[in-house]
Ligand binder design. Structure first.
Ligand SMILES: *Cc1c(COP(=O)(O)O)cnc(C)c1O
Length: 393
């Protein structure tokens, strides 16, 4: 794989050679479920793995493979795999790496459905879970047990934007040969590349910044070839949460503008952060590259920029937070992030409603907390909407 191009060039050119596809500058959409064989013998060779080629789109599809190669190149991994959703990617990785009675060490905050999936695994397969702040080497080392199967991390953590030092955790995990899995959805590979920091597996909800247009649900995993070959042959193929060719086509298109979009998301988020911090109705603002952020030094070290998501607390409680949402007009009340539209949601009653109150508390989620996915609109218009709503609460 070529490595010499800059990231902004790779998103456009990696994983695709137009002359291999009749000069089609844009990758073709292979909207087909199956592929015919020229002969019985060829079918036999394909199934035996003796001949490269396509069989059935749940196993491999050309458009999906182009997306997978691009993702591998962008995360600096050996292989990429595409999934029907971020959660299909998370569940394929987690079930691949664990067996009954294993232990999983997790970051203190997790995406709501990942928390739900892990809770189900705890009940059904007697898997034990440990949630850790992972602030020091000693803390990570002391939480590792003989049956620890993996360390699962989100950074920035949704919705509190707490950060975990990926280089530090992967160094400690290596001492014990434990794989470190990182959900990199909030950063995108443009802002943070966990494999470069020593982590083993990267997961994305491609629904967010990879697609970037709010029109597809998709997931991706990148890592070492041996492990991803195993996932491809087992939990991907047999559980079957594979990506549709059309979704891969949309994502290939979305990827081409990812760095341009991300820079604009970040420009807007930096300005909105500074304005929110000065507003009298705002109690606190959480943004990774803001100097008041408790993990600012980790943010500067491992993230190119702070990303497009800001979490803030309004003065008051749930009532004031909900009032703010209801006063907005340009900004849409919606979960998800990374869309061109600015979106806002109330984590306690929306994305993290499945998390029991005691866990919400230890994750730092409060009733006055709002999560803003800053879009691509003019920052002046985003701020005007926020300011008029803040003035009313
Ligand atoms: C959205 C999201 C997921 C789940 O992805 P889907 O594409 O909705 O299945 C997982 N992790 C994080 C951090 C997310 O934001």
């Amino acid at each position: 794989m070529k490595r010499e191009y800059h990231f902004e060039t790779k998103v456009i050119h990696e994983g695709y050679t137009d002359q291999d596809w009749m000069g089609s500058l844009t990758p073709p959409l292979f909207q087909t479920s199956t592929f015919s064989f020229a002969s019985a013998e060829q079918g036999e060779r394909r199934f035996a793995g003796e001949e490269e080629g396509y069989i059935y789109s749940r196993l491999k599809n050309p458009t999906v493979s182009i997306f997978e190669e691009k993702m591998a190149a962008l995360e600096n991994g050996e292989r990429g795999l595409a999934f029907a959703s971020g959660m299909a990617a998370v569940s394929a990785v987690l079930t691949s790496l664990t067996k009954a009675k294993d232990h999983i060490l997790c970051s203190s905050g997790l995406y709501g459905c990942t928390f739900g999936l892990l809770s189900m695994m705890r009940e059904k397969y007697d898997i034990s879970l440990d949630f850790s702040e992972m602030e020091t080497e000693e803390e990570v080392r002391s939480r590792i047990q003989p049956n620890t199967a993996l360390i699962y991390i989100e950074t920035p953590i949704n919705p509190t934007m707490k950060l975990i030092d990926l280089e530090m955790v992967s160094r400690v995990a290596k001492e014990r040969g434990i794989p470190v899995v990182v959900d990199n959805t909030f950063s995108s590979p443009y802002l943070q590349r966990p494999l470069d920091l020593g982590c083993d597996v990267v997961i994305h909800s491609a629904t967010k910044y990879i697609g970037g247009h709010g029109d597809v649900i998709a997931g991706a995993v990148v890592g070492k070839k041996d492990f991803l070959d195993q996932v491809a042959m087992t939990t991907q193929k047999d559980m079957g949460g594979v990506m549709s060719p059309f979704d891969a086509w949309l994502l290939i298109r979305g990827l081409k503008t990812m760095p341009v979009r991300l820079d604009r998301h970040c420009d807007n988020a930096e300005i909105i952060t500074s304005l929110l911090k000065e507003h009298p109705k705002v109690e606190r603002v959480y943004y990774p590259h803001d100097s008041s952020h408790p993990d600012y030094s980790i943010g500067k070290k491992q993230m190119k920029r702070g990303g497009g998501v800001i979490t803030f607390e309004v003065k008051g409680g749930k009532q004031e937070a909900q009032r703010l949402l209801n006063e907005l007009s340009l900004i849409k009340i919606a979960v998800s992030l990374g869309d061109p539209e600015t979106l806002i949601q109330h984590p306690q009653t929306m994305t993290h409603a499945v998390v029991p109150p005691e866990n919400q508390g230890s994750m730092g989620i409060t009733d006055s907390m709002l999560r803003l996915s800053v879009g691509l609109e003019a920052w002046e218009d985003i701020w005007r909407d926020l300011e008029q709503a803040l003035d009313k609460i």
